[in-house]
Design a protein around this ligand. Structure first.
Ligand code: MV4
Length: 449
C-alpha cells in the first residue's frame, strides 16, 4: 500500500479523497493554486504544495508542476478526482513514466473512451448495446444522408471529440441534415480541432441511466447498479438518484452483467461509468467515463461501499474488497448539487460565505469544502457542495432531502437550494416521472427563457 497520495484536485472531491486516505492510514498531499491558499483541502491534507496561479491551466491542469509536487513530497500515487486531469491520458502516461501511480484506469483505456467513435466501437465489440447509427465517422453529406435513410429520422450528429453535449445537432429531414452536418463539422473543428462527426438515431424522450462499474485490472470486475441522472440543465446534472425509479432488478442485473463482463474483457482497472440513454425498456450506450463521478455517493449509499478506498486498493495492486455476490442494494439515495449560482439564469455567484451550517442526522451526508468565512473564488466551477440523502425507499429519501435542505444554511451567496425546494414540490419528481428534457421544459415554464 502507498504511504502517501497526492490529490490533484480541489473542493469537496479533494476532501473526499483525503478522508479515504486518512481512514486507510495513508498520508495526503494537497496541491493548490494561489487563489486556494485558504481552501479547506489545503487545511485538511497532511501537507500542501502551491502549484501555480489562479487559472486552472497554470495550476490544477499543470502536469509538470503536479509531478514536481510528487517528487518534492515523495507521494507515490496521484488521485485526480473528477474534472481537471482525471481523464487526461497524457497525464496518466506522464505519471507512469515517472514511476508514480495514477489512481485510475490506464492511459490506453482513457484514450479509447475519450474518443467517442472508438468508445462506441469498443462498446459494441464488447457486447454493450449501442444506439443505431453510422459505423464510425461520416466523411461527407452524401454518406450522412445514406446513413440517415437507413436508420430513419430524426437523427443526431455528434462530434467524435465532443462529449458532455457539445457539438451535437439534431436533423429531422434530409434538407435539415445537410445544414446540420456542415454546422456540426465546422463547430467541431473550431471547438476541438477535430472535425470528425458521426450519426445516430435521435432518441426523443430517453432517460440518462449510467452503470457504475469497477475493475481490478486483472480481469475481475463488478457492477454497482445504475444511477438516474436525467435531471440536467445544459448538460449539467443537478439531481441524481440510485436506484433508477424505472429500472427493475432483472433489467439491472442484465445490463449490469453486460457492463461488468465488458470490463473483465478489457481488464479495466478502477472506477468507470457506462452512460446509456434508456427508452422503452432498452439501453443504448452513449459514452464511458473513466473516472470517479461527482454523483458516486448515491451508489456508495445504497451499496455501503467506499469507492475511493476501492480505487486506492486496486491501484496498489490489491484485490477489490467485494465480489458481485456481496453487492446488495439497500434503500434509495438522492444527491443534489449545491451550486453557487443565482436563479433564474443560473449565473455563477462566487463570494464570501458568512455562515455555513451543514445538515445532519440519519441518512444525511454533506460533502462540501465550505466553511464560515470562506470566500468562494471566481475561477473554478460553481459546485460548492453535494447533499446526499439515503432512506429505506424513495419516498423516505425524498422526505429526508426536504428536511435536510431545510437545515442547510449557506449565508452570503446565492445557491441552487431554492431550486430543489421547488423541484421537490413537483408531482413528476415525487413520482420519478421525468426524462432528459423534463428539467429544461420545467425551467422554461417557471422562469421563461
Ligand atoms: C443523444 C440524445 C438523443 N439521441 N443521442 C447529450 C450529452 C451526450 N452525453 C449525449 N447526449 C445526448 N445524446 C441520441 N442518439 C440526447 C442527448 C441529450 C442528453 C443526454 C443525456 C442527458 C441530457 C441530455 C440532454 C439533451 C440531449
Amino acid at each position: 500500500m502507498f504511504d502517501k497520495i497526492l490529490i490533484a484536485n480541489r473542493g469537496e472531491i479533494a476532501l473526499r479523497v483525503i478522508r479515504a486516505c486518512r481512514e486507510m492510514g495513508i498520508k495526503s498531499v494537497a496541491v493548490h493554486s494561489t487563489a486556494d491558499s485558504d481552501a479547506m483541502h489545503v487545511r485538511m491534507a497532511d501537507e500542501s504544495v502551491c502549484i501555480g496561479p489562479a487559472s486552472s491551466a497554470q495550476s490544477y491542469l499543470n502536469k509538470a508542476a503536479i509531478i514536481s509536487a510528487c517528487e518534492i513530497t515523495g507521494a507515490q500515487a496521484v488521485h485526480p478526482g473528477y474534472g481537471f486531469l482525471s481523464e487526461n491520458a497524457g497525464f496518466a502516461q506522464a505519471l507512469a513514466d515517472h514511476d508514480i501511480t495514477f489512481i485510475g484506469p490506464t492511459a490506453q483505456h482513457i484514450r479509447i473512451m475519450g474518443d467517442k467513435i472508438t468508445a462506441k466501437e469498443t462498446a459494441k465489440e464488447l457486447g454493450i448495446p449501442v444506439v443505431p447509427g453510422s459505423a464510425g465517422g461520416v466523411p461527407d453529406v452524401e454518406a450522412a444522408l445514406q446513413v440517415a435513410a437507413e436508420i430513419g429520422y430524426p437523427v443526431i450528429i455528434k462530434a467524435t471529440a465532443g462529449g458532455g453535449g457539445r457539438g451535437m445537432k439534431v436533423a429531422t429531414s434530409p434538407t435539415d441534415l445537410e445544414i446540420a452536418f456542415r454546422t456540426a463539422r465546422s463547430e467541431s473543428k473550431a471547438a476541438f480541432g477535430n472535425d470528425e462527426v458521426y450519426i445516430e438515431k435521435y432518441l426523443q424522450k430517453p432517460r440518462h441511466i449510467e452503470i457504475q462499474v469497477f475493475g481490478d485490472g486483472k480481469g475481475n470486475a463488478v457492477h454497482l447498479g445504475e444511477r438516474d441522472c436525467s435531471l440536467q440543465r445544459r448538460h449539467q446534472k443537478v439531481f441524481e438518484e440510485a436506484p433508477g425509479p424505472c429500472i427493475t432488478p432483472t433489467m439491472r442485473s442484465e445490463i449490469g452483467e453486460v457492463c461488468a463482463s465488458a470490463m473483465r474483457k478489457l481488464k479495466y482497472i478502477g472506477a468507470g461509468t457506462i452512460e446509456f440513454l434508456y427508452e422503452d425498456g432498452r439501453f443504448y450506450f452513449i459514452e464511458m467515463n473513466t473516472r470517479l463521478q461527482v454523483e458516486h455517493p448515491v451508489t456508495e449509499a445504497i451499496f455501503g461501499i467506499d469507492l475511493v478506498r476501492e480505487q486506492i486498493r486496486v491501484a496498489a495492486g490489491l484485490p477489490m474488497s467485494v465480489t458481485q455476490d456481496d453487492l446488495e442494494i439497500n434503500g434509495h439515495a438522492i444527491e443534489v448539487r449545491i451550486n453557487a449560482e443565482k436563479l433564474p439564469n443560473f449565473a455563477p455567484c462566487p463570494g464570501k460565505v458568512n455562515v455555513f451550517h451543514a445538515p445532519g442526522g440519519l441518512g444525511v451526508r454533506m460533502d462540501s469544502a465550505l466553511y464560515g468565512g470562506y470566500s468562494i473564488p471566481p475561477y473554478y466551477d460553481s459546485l460548492i457542495g453535494k447533499l446526499i440523502v439515503h432512506g429505506r425507499d424513495r419516498p423516505e429519501a425524498l422526505a429526508r432531502l426536504k428536511r435536510a435542505l431545510g437545515e442547510l444554511i449557506i449565508d452570503g451567496v446565492e445557491t441552487s437550494v431554492p431550486l430543489f425546494h421547488m423541484l421537490l414540490a413537483e408531482p413528476d419528481i415525487q413520482n420519478g416521472d421525468y426524462n432528459i428534457h423534463w428539467l429544461e421544459k420545467w425551467l422554461a415554464a417557471q422562469f421563461g427563457s
